[in-house]
Design a protein around this ligand. Structure first.
Ligand code: F6R
Length: 241
């Protein structure tokens, strides 16, 4: 993977927002893959700024999010659909009909995940996929042990991920135990991948992802088999390289 090491989270957000803005300008109908969690929030803020100040036009952009908690509907404050509305979609001119987040309350899960994969394919595939990384090396909700050829599916979250994500919930008991996630195989079909990691809590996972063996024990290490992955990280996240 390519590696861009910047001073801190602000510089990372500026840089990644630039990559995404350039992709939208180059192709106004671009298909973007988006992530939730803390890592992309500042990047989304920069994209909102560019929309407001420079007219960055999202009207023809299509988006697919990586994942969603099972059991949380779109209006639930901790659902990833709600997160995307709050952090990006409500503040730019995206066509909501072109935004896709897995439905954590779907009635027929098998049909839903198949339709999600078909929608990605039908849109022409994902041109540029944004990723974060879990401190255990997960990408999307592909926890350690996830097969390299996995597709969009239901998964169980590890205790480590439940603990990490409890910061967004009132109580750890409120954190869903299962989720729908794009698979590693799904993610690897994106034409370009940009992974954000900031802070010392990500340093070990970043080192394993880049320097370690390609192993399902560290799902992010499976990105080594893709020919256009860039990790944009800060000094703290680079501490163990
Ligand atoms: C989010 C996602 C997760 C996060 C990861 C890091 O859609 O798929 O893999 O990217 O858990 O989360 P933060 O950024 O909150 O540290």
């Amino acid at each position: 993977p390519k590696l861009t090491i910047l001073d801190g989270p602000d510089e990372v957000a500026d840089h990644v927002a630039g990559i995404f803005a350039d992709a939208v300008v180059a192709n106004p109908s671009v298909v973007l893959g988006l992530a939730t969690g803390g890592s992309p929030v500042a990047t989304y803020g920069r994209l909102i700024d560019r929309h407001r100040t420079a007219g960055l036009d999202f009207s023809r952009v299509t988006t697919f999010n990586l994942d969603e908690y099972i059991g949380l509907g779109p209006d639930h404050p901790q659902s990833f659909r709600h997160f995307m509305q709050q952090q990006l979609f409500d503040h730019v001119n995206v066509n909501l009909a072109k935004t896709h987040v897995p439905d954590g309350c779907c009635r027929d899960l098998d049909a839903h995940v198949a339709a999600y994969e078909a929608a990605i394919t039908g849109a022409g595939g994902i041109e540029l996929q944004l990723l974060g990384i879990g401190s255990n090396g997960h990408i999307a909700f592909n926890e350690p042990g996830s097969p390299a050829d996995s597709r969009t599916r239901k998964v169980a979250l590890t205790q480590e991920t439940i603990d990490a994500n409890s910061r967004f919930f009132d109580s750890i008991d409120d954190v869903p135990r299962t989720a729908i996630t794009m698979g590693i195989g799904t993610i690897l079909e994106s034409r370009r991948i940009v992974l954000i990691a900031t802070g010392t809590s990500k340093a070990e996972a970043v080192a394993a992802a880049i320097r370690g063996p390609r192993t399902i024990d560290c799902p992010a290490s499976l990105l080594q088999s893709h020919d256009d992955v860039t990790l944009v990280i800060d000094q703290a996240a680079a501490a163990q390289l």
